[in-house]
Ligand binder design. Structure first.
Ligand code: HSE
Length: 307
């Protein structure tokens, strides 16, 4: 195989209460990439029009991931990476993760599937470290594995795929303002109150139990973040109005997607998720801020090869 085209999904990290340890993949939005072998041992990158990411491999998350994999594999070829970036950087739905995970998956195919999924997640985390300063796995793990993925630990990496109930849908609103993960991490408090920690780990455990038991109400009750959301929500125009509106429209719950500014809500069934989309639209139509709304089932496959 000399060339591969892939779809790398957008992802929602944190899932409200589970900061840095849980994320899930979306079906309806993601990047497309074509990775081709070069005879010369070098990495070149090109972008579909409209994107202005760095092209120097050492400054581009895809380039950094690819270099680490080629080095580790002692490969005798180089690659060209073409990225059709459909997830805007700084959107909060795993833009850097999609490029990183997409590269890891695709290059592994070109190398003859020599790396395990865990190794691919570790390579993709190098892209996250370049993008945000922290090699978090809560976007790249679900991007590679699909579904919900729990990163119990990153050192050593211990990732567990969690099943998603069949009727679980996600609605995401992406206000078109850029929030850099690096910056939205800087504003977080370094210490937290024990009572908030207790509430948070109760919710994380409840969320995981709800996903395993197909218990939509338990999932909803568990989507409550006492630690990160109160700090980061100030970066998102009309966050509390959005939250009130999606809960009133019948969403199970939701919160900030990743480091924002996107906001997600989970619902039981597509019709409910559409009502939630309409409610989000009503709130944002008045703001003058441009926005996109995505509605998606949970993507169980993660990165896939496109024929
Ligand atoms: N867990 C990361 C954060 C996700 O919230 O900073 C960034 O997409």
């Amino acid at each position: 195989m000399d060339k591969i085209k892939i779809f790398a999904p957008a992802t929602v990290a944190n899932v409200s209460c589970a900061f840095d340890i849980l994320g899930f993949a979306l079906e309806s939005v993601g990047d497309e990439m074509i990775i081709s072998k070069l005879a010369e041992k070098k990495i070149t990158i090109s972008l579909e029009e409209g994107s202005n990411l760095p092209l120097a491999p050492e400054k581009n998350v895809a380039g950094v991931v690819a270099q680490a994999m080629l080095d580790k594999a002692n490969a005798n070829f180089g690659i060209h990476i073409h990225i059709d970036k459909r997830i805007k950087p700084g959107s909060g739905i795993g833009s850097s993760a999609a490029s990183s995970a997409g590269t890891a998956y695709a290059l592994n195919k070109l190398l003859g599937n020599i790396f395990t999924d865990t190794e691919l997640i570790e390579f993709a985390m190098l892209g996250e470290a370049l993008a945000s300063g922290i090699p978090h796995a809560d976007n790249v793990a679900p991007a590679i594995l699909g579904g919900f993925a729990l990163a119990r630990s990153t050192h050593p990496l211990d990732v567990i795929k969690i099943p998603a109930p069949q009727e679980l849908y996600c609605t995401v609103i992406h206000p078109q303002i850029e929030v850099k993960t690096e910056n939205s991490r800087k504003i977080l408090k370094k210490n937290i109150l024990l009572k908030n920690a207790v509430s948070q780990w109760g919710n994380i455990a409840g969320l995981i139990a709800g996903l395993y038991r197909n218990d939509y109400d338990l999932i909803g009750r568990s989507l409550d973040d006492k630690i990160v959301e109160p700090v980061r929500s100030i970066l998102i125009p009309l966050f509390s109005e959005l939250k009130q509106a999606f809960l009133k429209a019948g969403a199970l719950g939701g919160g900030i997607s990743g480091s924002g500014p996107s906001v997600f809500a989970l619902s039981k069934g597509k019709n409910r998720a559409q009502k939630v989309a309409d409610a989000m639209n009503d709130v944002y139509a008045k703001t003058g801020v441009d926005y996109d709304i995505h509605l998606s089932k949970i993507n169980e496959q993660g990165v896939i090869e496109l024929k």
